[in-house]
Design a protein around this ligand. Structure first.
Ligand SMILES: Nc1nc2c(ncn2[C@@H]2O[C@H](COP(=O)(O)OP(=O)(O)OP(=O)(O)O)[C@@H](O)[C@H]2O)c(=O)[nH]1
Ligand SMILES: [Mg+2]
Length: 254
C-alpha cells in the first residue's frame, strides 16, 4: 500500500482549513495531511492543532513567522520524506484546488513522476477570476513554456503530486523562490532530471474567502525566474531544427 501525504501551507486560512480538512478526511483515501502554518494572526495554527487532535494522520508544522510559500513547502517535503511517503501532494488551503480532484491525481501518479492539476491543459478552466488576472496567468504560462522549452500548459499550478524519488533528487538548497516562481522551479527541475510529467485537468476556483497574498513582488519574481531558468542557446537551436530542416529541403528542391 502506497503512502501519500498532502502538504498544505497556510497563512490566515482558519475558516478554510476547518472546512477543507474534514472534506479530505471524508474522501477516505487514507491520505496523511501536513499543515505548515506561519504563526497566522487569525489563529489558523491553533485551529490546525485542534483538527490534528480529532483526525489521525494530521500533522502541523508551526513556524515562527511568515517566511513564504517556497520554504513552507520545502519543510513539508522534508517531513513527508522522513515519514516514508511515496506520493507527496502540494495543495492550497483556500478551496481553489478542490479536493475532489485528489482521486484522479492519485490514479494518474501510478504512471508518472509528477502530476500537475492543470487549469490550462486542453483549454482554460478558471472560475471566478477577473479577466485581467486570467490573462496575466495564461500569458505567464505561455511565456514560461516557450522560454524554458518544456511541454507543460500549467507551470504555475500549486496543485501537484510528486513521486518521492523526484523530491529526493531535487536539491532544495537550489530553490530560492516563493510564489509562482517556486512552482516554475519545481516543474523545471523535475523535467530536467528526466522525470515524466502528466497534466490532469482541473477546474480552478478563485478564492472565495480569506485574503489574497498575491503581490507585485511575486509576479516579478516569477518573471525573473523564467529568465533565469530559460533553456540554453543550444536547446533553442535544437527546438528550431525542424524549421531549418524543412527550409533546406525547400531550398534543395529548387
Ligand atoms: N505557510 C505559509 N503559507 C502561505 C504563505 N503565503 C501563502 N501561503 C498559503 O499558500 C496557499 C496559496 O496562497 P494564496 O494566497 O491562495 O495565493 P494565490 O492562490 O496565488 O492567490 P489568491 O488565491 O488570489 O489569494 C494558501 O494556502 C496560503 O495560505 C506563507 O508565507 N507561508
Ligand atoms: Mg489561492
Amino acid at each position: 500500500m502506497m503512502k501519500s501525504m498532502i502538504i498544505i501551507p497556510t497563512y490566515n486560512e482558519k475558516d478554510n482549513i476547518e472546512k477543507l480538512l474534514p472534506y479530505i478526511v471524508g474522501l477516505n483515501l487514507g491520505l496523511y495531511i501536513t499543515i505548515v502554518d506561519d504563526n497566522s494572526p487569525d489563529g489558523t495554527g491553533d485551529a490546525a492543532d485542534k483538527l490534528a487532535g480529532i483526525y489521525p494522520g494530521v500533522h502541523v508544522i508551526h513556524r515562527p513567522h511568515k517566511a513564504g510559500l517556497g520554504t513552507a513547502y520545502i519543510e513539508g517535503f522534508r517531513y513527508a520524506l522522513s515519514e516514508n511517503m511515496d506520493y507527496i501532494f502540494e495543495m492550497d488551503a483556500d478551496f481553489s484546488h478542490h479536493p475532489k480532484y485528489l482521486v484522479n491525481m492519485l490514479e494518474a501518479i501510478k504512471d508518472a513522476d509528477l502530476i500537475i492539476g492543470s487549469r490550462y491543459y486542453e483549454g482554460v478552466r478558471v472560475d471566478g477570476w477577473r479577466f485581467r488576472r486570467l490573462l496575466m496567468s495564461k500569458f505567464a504560462n505561455i511565456f514560461a513554456s516557450y522560454m524554458i522549452i518544456l511541454p507543460v500548459w500549467d507551470f504555475t499550478s500549486g496543485f501537484k503530486c510528486f513521486r518521492r524519488e523526484v523530491l529526493e533528487k531535487i536539491d532544495f538548497s537550489r530553490i530560492t523562490s516563493d510564489g509562482y516562481a517556486f512552482q516554475i522551479e519545481m516543474t523545471t527541475h523535475t523535467y530536467r532530471y528526466g522525470f515524466t510529467i502528466k497534466e490532469v485537468p482541473i477546474i480552478f476556483y478563485g478564492r472565495i474567502s480569506g485574503d489574497s497574498k498575491m503581490s507585485r513582488r511575486i509576479v516579478w519574481e516569477a518573471f525573473w525566474t523564467v529568465i533565469r531558468m530559460r533553456s540554453p542557446l543550444i536547446e533553442i537551436l535544437k527546438h528550431f531544427k525542424f524549421f531549418f530542416k524543412d527550409y533546406s529541403e525547400f531550398v534543395n528542391r529548387k
